[in-house]
Design a protein around this ligand. Sequence first.
Ligand code: SF4
Length: 457
Amino acid sequence: MRVLLVRPPRIKKAIALGEFMYSEPIGLEMVYKVLEDKYEVEIFDMMADNMPLDEKIRAYKPQVIAITSLCIDVIKVLSISRQIKELNNSIVTIVGGTQAYLNPGAFMDSSMDHIMKYSNEKNLLKLYGEIEKVCEIPLIDGVLSKSRNYEDSKVPGVNEYILPNRKSTQKYRHNYSYFGYKPTAIMGTSRGCAKTCRFCLRWRIEGHAEEYFPMDMVKEDIRNIKEDYVMVFDNDFLHNSERINEICNFLEDEKINKKFICYASVHSILENKETVKRFKDNGLVALLVGYETFKSDELEYYEKKSTIDDNLEASRFLKSINVDVWASFMVHPDWTKEDFKGFRQYIKLLSPQVSSFSPLTPFPNLPLYKEYEDRLLVKKDDYESWSFGQITIRPSNMSLSSYYLETLKTNFYINLFTNNVFYMVKKFGIGRVIRLSQGSFNLLIKYLKLMAKNSKS
Ligand code: SF4
């Protein structure tokens, strides 16, 4: 049986906002690993490949096509599955990935044969085995099949981390990046997050305690990576000093030189300063830190487990050991003009190498959604609007136009005065910095249009 694993192309809205960089499709590399011994499998990454889908299908002649989905991918995935069925109705279509987990109902369409809410070695082998037999598909945990009216076994589960086969994306790998670092591989060592911040979807999907992947697998994964840069996408990688030290021992013993980028909470940075220093000596180059806000009451409301003073202490500490910080913040819908001003001053005080911010977003799967339901500016099923820094909650202390204006002012302030342009040019080269800046320019156009629309209504 021939299987094609597809990552959809970037959606237009993302490209318009300058989000043209993308990382490797690690979920597909894991599925590839499970299936490769039994079937003929190929990954078709439409973000990196220019070949049209119909041409690919005619050339490869797959019997099964599985498509991965991100949070925003519903429309794109369905247009692909419909195109597949129009070309050849006998091809079996499958969707998996984040959106299939969060919102499987969005894919209940005549063009979709199976929705994988979650995948693990067991249900993948079972589903593909049954498809190969061309018989009636039984009820499989984590799989909703059209022939069974998308019945759900209701056995809970999450996507299993399986050692990915990185060779499966060999021809595309030079394209994969993280922020400006290219080429960069991505990997995980645990899932879940004990910090349980109020606005966060991750721990709700993965669990409110960290679950660790076997250390032998983590080591094997690092050994398999050929790229110099590695982005570890654990939610709070520095929370467990013992594990980081074990990884440092391994890197030192095997003389592995990589440059690591990871997410870390302020709480974990301050709890494990000595380990962070050791990890810096073993390749840590940049941390993505969610400082979130300059207001104590908001940090409490977000249940962040750190204070405004902790943020300042963490920023001083990371500067002292020369670890770069890419800071993220959230703009609250109840902010006043004074708040925006205070926020800009606070960013200057923290002075991370790179800052970015997004409006507080009450994703439909969060309890926050209920809290803000009567102030929402975006419909629940307008999937693509939930992910691109769009203002989704009506501001309470200024008009929507003034709020857009303050957001834009802050964006320009950050890009012109606080983001370290020399740092970025030195690290990523002028070409990539110009392309990154394109996002700000496109945001300006988008917000100006929204402001004009808003003033007419
Ligand atoms: S620390 Fe990060 S991943 Fe963990 S709950 Fe908070 S926002 Fe989510």
